[in-house]
Design a protein around this ligand. Structure first.
Ligand SMILES: NC(=O)c1ccc[n+]([C@@H]2O[C@H](COP(=O)([O-])OP(=O)(O)OC[C@H]3O[C@@H](n4cnc5c(N)ncnc54)[C@H](O)[C@@H]3O)[C@@H](O)[C@H]2O)c1
Length: 373
């Protein structure tokens, strides 16, 4: 399949996303085409660098900064480390920063690029599925504060994003699945076809089959690019991308960013939203919001203070099971399209706590027997 170009029109700037199987081997040339800085500073982390550093190193001009791996290092201290290596190397306003990694590297390096010398050019080479379909697109960069997630940040559009599905070959299954939840999100908010393909081709997706994976990444990028082009600063439409994020961020914060992958927390958040929508009356919805807040606290409490995961496993499994049953009985009859989506999300969210089968084992027929949707 030929490489595909997707443009994001953000304000006065156009940000170009190149998506192609093996396209990262042409990274230097693509950065040249984008006229990206005479001096190029790479930022990555040791895990990503071990796998992909040797192949990508030549795209930089000798200076590589490796930041510690993990969401808990997405903070201002890590940004300060990047500033320090830029200052020591005398990076100037004509320099560019190339973020090679998942969403954490992209957000942290992007924030450094947005603020160093009041802003230098930025490129992303996303290496997780989540980063390829979501975080590398749209220019949101930033870090966490101990009082909340992504509280410090900016908008800084990358000049170019080089998205190579082949880089996902080294990604752990759990990380890949976490990114797939964001694709499920796009399916739910914008494309039934995408959603159904994810359900149908789950096995091939997990096998990272480029023939199946590429179109899913391309469609996801197009959805996000369209939304960002219409509303870069999140004053309206872009908020749709935050589907599932309110509860999701709460879950991440309460467990100190240690327990859930970002996409997993979002899957729980989508499940929460769907549960709330199923309650017909306002008073009932309020009660449900309260119950869900309790659920979030319970999961956080059990995981943080009891050490054991049994309570969250039981609670999460129960929530997924209850949602599945409730949906089978009511939602399919009332809102067919939503019912199928919601059932799927409840199952994948439940899978997070390992109390329901892997998505590969779940077909739409298994979820909603005897129904033609
Ligand atoms: N800026 C945005 O618009 C936006 C959107 C969504 C999410 N985010 C942010 O993205 C972050 C989550 O990103 P993530 O899920 O990519 O997590 P991550 O960056 O922590 O990466 C997950 C893990 O995979 C490893 N890894 C990355 N690429 C790999 C590869 N090719 N092979 C092997 N291992 C690899 C990383 O080292 C890490 O351990 C969160 O901080 C979230 O807030 C930002």
């Amino acid at each position: 399949m030929e490489p595909v170009r997707v443009d994001v029109e953000a304000g006065a700037r156009t940000s170009t996303i190149w998506i192609g199987d093996g396209i990262s081997t042409q990274l230097s040339g693509l950065l040249d085409t984008a006229r990206l800085g005479a001096r190029r500073f790479l930022v990555s982390n040791p895990v990503v660098w071990k796998f992909h550093g040797p192949a990508l190193e030549t795209a930089g001009t000798g200076n590589v900064t490796l930041i510690p791996d993990g969401e808990r290092y997405k903070n201002l201290q890590t940004v300060a480390r990047i500033y320090e290596s830029l200052i020591r190397a005398e990076a100037d306003r004509g320099s560019a920063l190339i973020a090679v990694g998942g969403g954490v590297v992209g957000d942290v390096a992007g924030f450094a690029a947005a603020t160093y010398l009041r802003g230098i050019a930025l490129a992303h080479v996303p290496t997780t599925l989540l980063a390829q379909v979501d975080s590398s697109i749209g220019g949101k960069v930033g870090v966490n504060h101990q009082l909340g997630k992504n509280l410090i940040g900016s908008f800084h559009q990358p000049a170019v994003v080089v998205t190579d599905p082949r880089l996902l070959g080294t990604l752990k299954r759990r990380e890949f699945r976490s990114g797939l939840y964001e694709v499920v999100k796009y399916g739910m908010i914008a494309s039934r076809d995408l959603f159904e393909r994810v359900m149908r081709d789950t096995k091939a997706l997990f096998a990272r089959d480029p023939a199946v994976l590429m179109p899913v990444i391309i469609d996801s990028c197009r959805i996000k690019a369209d939304v960002v082009s219409a509303d870069e600063r999140e004053s309206g439409l872009r908020r749709v991308l935050n589907f599932g994020h309110t509860v999701g961020h709460a879950l991440e914060a309460i467990t100190k960013y240690r327990r859930f992958r970002h996409g997993e927390a979002i899957a729980y958040g989508m499940l929460a939203y769907i549960l709330i929508q199923l309650i017909p009356h306002r008073r009932g919805r309020r009660a449900m919001v309260g119950a869900l807040a309790g659920l979030v606290l319970l999961i956080g409490f059990s995981r943080m203070f009891l050490g054991a995961h049994w309570l969250s496993d039981v609670v999460g499994g129960f929530a997924a099971g209850a949602c599945w049953l409730g949906l089978c009985i009511t939602a399919i009859e009332i809102i067919p399209g939503m019912g199928r989506a919601a059932g799927r999300v409840s199952l994948v969210a439940g899978e997070v706590v390992n109390r329901v089968p892997e998505p590969a084992a779940l077909t739409p027929q298994a979820v909603f027997p005897d129904k033609t949707l």
